[in-house]
Design a protein around this ligand. Structure first.
Ligand SMILES: Cc1cc2nc3c(=O)[nH]c(=O)nc-3n(C[C@H](O)[C@H](O)[C@H](O)COP(=O)(O)OP(=O)(O)OC[C@H]3O[C@@H](n4cnc5c(N)ncnc54)[C@H](O)[C@@H]3O)c2cc1C
Length: 416
């Protein structure tokens, strides 16, 4: 069923009671050409592009919970391509270009809103670093504008510009950055993949990987054994656990990241803004709530909830940026499990196990990468060679010393 203004009108005549489900609920088959573990954004996007771009339709996505129950439905919805390093920038710009045509492509309203992402700077050296980043972006054909404090004040007069500790000196603006409704991305890709024949199987947990003669040949699941020719892991925060089923130890740690939503307010922040003197990022949803977040809780965990000290830390940074926030009430908070890699950049690669492919290490930046990650992972699985813009995201780069350390923080996951 194609969604359009005409189908909306037609269904209104029958009280919207006859819409078809957006995707089927098939029983798992005994065998598929390709099994993807993880029905988050990346797994679903991979299935969609495998079917649509590479004509591979005998594909299943196995999800242990429900679609959108993982990080795809828990993030703060920010998209941007303001990266600096050659290994990262072209990849994230491909993702931005795919976002720009995504809704027409999969015929689903994902509320892509290019409202601008502004990173604030608070010292002269930080402004120099932003100028360098902006220049690197422009060399790669990505939009970037360096703003002085006056230009930022024109946009957001209520920021604390003269804060004695963190004065605002300016910012780096990417106007094409913005937000996308996160769970609609999962639904749109699921619907698109389903229409191309992919089986999306919810409540099907992978508990083991069967390896014969060094090759992955199937998975033990809560709904029985499923054989496959190729197996792809896209399990984000659970990557270490699923990879361990094939005997692999990943350079990835799992940490909790929290997100917060305030009570509804009249619109006053029309873009995404990040505080440069601490870790705080905020945007305002169409319902009026401020959607914001900050650092990860600094310990390893698989619990999808965080702790109070980090809430205090995040809100302190927010109030340093916008003092009026002190009067706003927080309505909701939750956590997601982050797959923190050792250099802050992802892994899209084959593994030493035959027929086993890996997509992980997204830290807290994987939502914006969803379309490019899906496209590049599908390319790798279908052709057995990496797509050019993802060719640096190798699993063995840590052993070889070819890190893609965008922040220059070294092998310290909680700093990335
Ligand atoms: C609070 C928060 C804020 C964030 N903010 C942003 C942001 O603003 N911008 C940005 O770019 N990124 C952000 N991120 C990061 C982003 O959400 C993730 O990097 C990205 O969603 C991870 O990819 P995914 O969507 O495939 O993950 P997920 O949705 O987590 O998908 C992985 C799936 O694998 C399933 N799974 C795991 N183990 C198994 C198993 N054994 N069998 C079957 N299924 C299994 C899980 O249930 C899960 O559904 C944020 C994350 C969080 C938690």
């Amino acid at each position: 069923m194609k969604y359009s203004v005409f189908s909306l009108f037609r269904h209104s005549l029958s009280g919207h009671k006859n819409w078809e489900p957006a995707w089927r609920e098939p029983a798992p088959k005994a065998e598929y050409d390709i099994v993807i573990v993880g029905g988050g954004g990346h797994g679903l996007a991979t299935a969609y592009y495998l079917a649509k771009e590479f004509g591979l339709r005998n594909v299943a996505v196995l999800e242990k919970g429900w679609l959108g129950s993982g990080n795809i439905g828990r993030n703060t919805t920010i998209i941007r391509s303001n990266y600096m390093l050659p290994g990262n920038n072209p990849f994230y710009e491909l993702s931005m270009k795919l976002w720009e045509s995504l809704e027409q492509d999969f015929n689903f309203n994902a509320m892509v809103s290019q409202r601008g992402v502004l990173n604030l700077c608070h010292s002269d050296p930080q402004r120099d670093a932003f100028a360098r980043r902006g220049n690197a972006m422009r060399i790669d054909g990505v939009d970037a504008e360096l703003l002085d404090a006056h230009a930022v004040r024109e946009m957001y007069p209520f920021f604390d510009f003269d804060n004695p500790r963190f004065p605002i000196k300016g910012g780096l603006l990417q106007r094409r950055g913005g937000t996308v409704r996160h769970d609609a991305v999962a639904w749109g890709y699921a619907r698109g993949a389903d229409q191309h024949g992919v089986d999306i199987i919810q409540h099907c947990e992978v508990k083991g990987i069967k390896i014969e003669k060094g090759k992955a040949v199937g998975v033990e699941t809560s709904r029985g054994f499923i054989r496959c020719k190729k197996l792809a892991l896209a399990t984000a925060g659970n990557s270490s656990e699923t990879a361990a089923m094939a005997g692999l130890k990943l350079p990835v740690e799992s940490h909790v990241l929290q997100a917060f939503v305030s009570e509804g307010l009249k619109p006053f922040i029309d873009g995404v803004v990040t505080f440069g003197a601490g870790h705080f990022y905020v945007s305002q949803s169409d319902k009026g709530g401020l959607v914001f977040g900050g650092d990860i809780d600094g310990y390893n965990s698989y619990a999808r909830r965080g702790n109070l000290p980090m809430i205090e830390h995040v809100i302190e940074a927010g109030v340093a940026m916008i003092p009026a926030l002190a009067r706003v009430r927080v309505l909701r908070s939750w956590g997601g499990i982050m797959d923190m890699s050792m250099d802050g950049s992802p892994i899209i690669d084959k593994t030493p196990v035959g027929g086993l492919y890996l997509n992980t290490g997204w830290c807290y930046g994987g939502f914006k990468a969803t379309p490019a990650s899906g496209y590049c992972f599908a390319h790798l699985i279908a052709r057995d060679e990496p797509k050019d813009v993802a060719s640096h995201y190798r699993l063995d780069r840590f052993r070889r010393g070819y890190l893609i350390d965008e922040k220059g923080q070294g092998a310290t996951p909680n700093l990335h």
